[in-house]
Design a protein around this ligand. Structure first.
Ligand code: F6P
Length: 525
């Protein structure tokens, strides 16, 4: 039995869960007139209402006890202090430095000169692009930026460029290509002109097959348009910790922006991986994004555990995953501009905490990260909400609601009203005597995260909030949230399979299913 499941806090939570299961949310609200206020937290631009979660003061007290028992405050200090808490890779975890405003950070290992230097280089590049001084090989100003990357080198900037649609600067268009499926690049390049198109190849390792394949195809597209291959250097920048790899592709050294081993890919949007964002909205707005994240960092470091928004979100996740058996959580942003948020959170949460071995190498005896999924409301209501309301699974929901998105409009009000209606329907249900097929049982938990406006500061805080939530869960579950060894084996397998698919050869070592499929696929030509 692990220390966690053996702990008095864990056992007390299991007992308390039985007690609380008997109380409905309607009863909990009826019993406490101050419930809505008591179970909500403000942090800068964000407000979290978790009163529609199936908790009471005792549940929160016991859950907070789990965080204390795991020595969460000490771990927070270790992360911000630059300790190598990514133990399997012996690396520090310093994405918080990327949005730090400190002159020196962290103590004893100052990474700020590198961070500030990168921000300055980003600003110069963005200015160059916006002023029309960034020119292609034939002397025309660049009009289209194509970001080539995958996972952390794609999902963050892609999500933020869409989310900040209202802040976009006129002129430059930003596109994203991620899939090794050539259809992705083909679709992005349709209608673009080589002379006015610029590629950013973002890859921390610069060894990722999808990204290298797309970069090679982009190169071939340019080569077909220009006579001299020297022309290509006018059309490429790279963001990587592997400068040699980027230069081998022909990216001039002055166009290679750094990444560092102390930043995980899925935590990297705050520096040069965010270049497409800065190009879309300008460097000032990008810096506001950093300020929002910085404010959340300060909240996370300074607020007591019970008033600490990332901590509370993490504790609620643990409550449902470990004590109610929830296998998934839905994230439903009531904002079309935030529609890529669920995909972004899938990598952040599932790649970080989708693990079954703890920090000491022991198999865990408790569930870890749930499946994170979702889509934007209101279309989601006409797709999967049926299951949320009347299905057999308990699926906690994060509703992300934007208060006043700029001007007040009938459309925006309808959007917000729908979000509130959904969370109320989940919580309080709708008894319909004599018509069980129509009845909504209610008592289905959700949080509502309110952003006053979909603006850079609020977005920065929102993303940092989820990053820290993931960190807290990792500490309580005793996981290393900063490695991702589970994805390596598939990469190795494909290296063996691909030549067999293209050239044939010995398939004797493969399993019968793969062998059969390969044989059938090879016959197709
Ligand atoms: O394979 C998983 C992964 O390593 C992610 O963690 C990462 O974000 C993605 O691949 C892309 O990696 P890179 O930035 O090195 O190309």
């Amino acid at each position: 039995m692990s220390k966690l499941t053996h702990s008095p806090e864990w056992k007390a939570l299991a007992a308390h869960r039985k007690k609380i299961a008997a109380a409905s949310l309607a009863e909990l609200f009826a019993a406490d007139a101050s419930r809505a206020g008591r179970f909500s937290i403000e942090a800068g631009e964000l407000m979290l209402d978790y009163s529609k979660q199936r908790v009471d003061a005792e549940a929160m007290r016991l859950l907070t006890g789990l965080a204390s028992q795991a020595q969460l405050p000490g771990w927070i200090a270790r992360m911000f202090g630059g300790d190598p808490i990514n133990s399997t890779e012996a690396r520090a975890v310093l994405h918080v430095a990327l949005r730090s405003g400190d002159t020196t950070f962290p103590e004893g290992r100052d990474v700020m000169p590198a961070v500030r230097g990168t921000r300055e280089r980003m600003r110069r590049f963005v200015d160059e692009a916006h002023s029309g001084a960034l020119k292609g090989a034939d002397g025309r100003a660049i009009t289209d930026i194509v970001n080539i990357g995958i996972g952390g080198s794609d999902l963050g900037p892609r999500m933020l460029v869409r989310a900040m649609r209202k802040f976009r600067k006129p002129g430059l268009k930003v596109h994203f290509v991620t899939n090794i499926d050539p259809a992705d690049l083909d679709a992005a390049l349709a209608g673009l002109t080589p002379g006015t198109t610029f590629f950013i190849v973002a890859s921390k390792t610069f060894t990722t097959a999808e990204t290298l394949a797309n970069a090679a195809r982009a190169r071939a597209w340019l080569e077909a348009a220009f006579e001299k291959s020297t022309a290509l250097s006018h059309h490429f920048a790279a963001v990587t910790a592997n400068a040699a790899g980027a230069e081998a592709l022909g990216v001039p050294p002055e166009r290679v922006l750094p990444m560092w081993d102390w930043v995980g890919g899925r935590y990297s949007v705050w520096a040069a991986v965010g270049l497409p964002v800065a190009l879309a909205v300008g460097m000032d707005a990008f810096e506001e994004l950093l300020e929002g994240a910085r404010a959340m960092d300060a909240h996370f470091r300074n607020e007591p555990l019970e008033r600490n928004m990332p901590v509370v979100l993490a504790l609620l996740e643990i409550w449902y995953v470990n004590f109610f058996g929830a296998g998934s959580r839905a994230v439903i942003p009531y904002s079309e501009d935030l529609r890529d948020l669920p995909a972004y959170l899938q990598q952040l949460e599932m790649e970080s905490n989708g693990k079954r071995v703890d920090r000491d190498g022991n198999e865990v005896d408790y569930a870890t990260a749930p499946v994170v999924w979702g889509a934007s409301g209101t279309p989601s209501q006409h797709s999967f909400h049926q299951l949320l309301h009347q299905g057999t699974h308990l699926i906690p929901v994060d509703f992300i609601v934007v208060g006043r998105n700029g001007e007040q409009s009938a459309g925006q009000s309808a959007l917000v009203a729908n979000a509130l209606a959904q969370s109320a329907a989940l919580a309080f249900g709708n008894p319909t005597p004599g018509a069980p097929h129509k009845a909504l049982p209610g008592n289905r938990p959700s949080s509502t995260l309110l952003l006053e406006r979909l603006a850079p500061r609020a977005l920065g805080a929102l993303i940092a909030l989820y990053e820290h939530k993931v960190f807290v869960e990792g500490i309580i579950w005793n996981l290393n949230s900063f490695d991702q060894w589970g994805v390596e084996h598939g990469k190795n397998l494909v290296r063996t399979l691909l030549p067999k698919l293209i050239e044939g050869g010995d398939t004797a070592g493969l399993d019968a299913s793969t062998r059969g499929l390969l044989a059938r696929l090879r016959k197709r030509d």
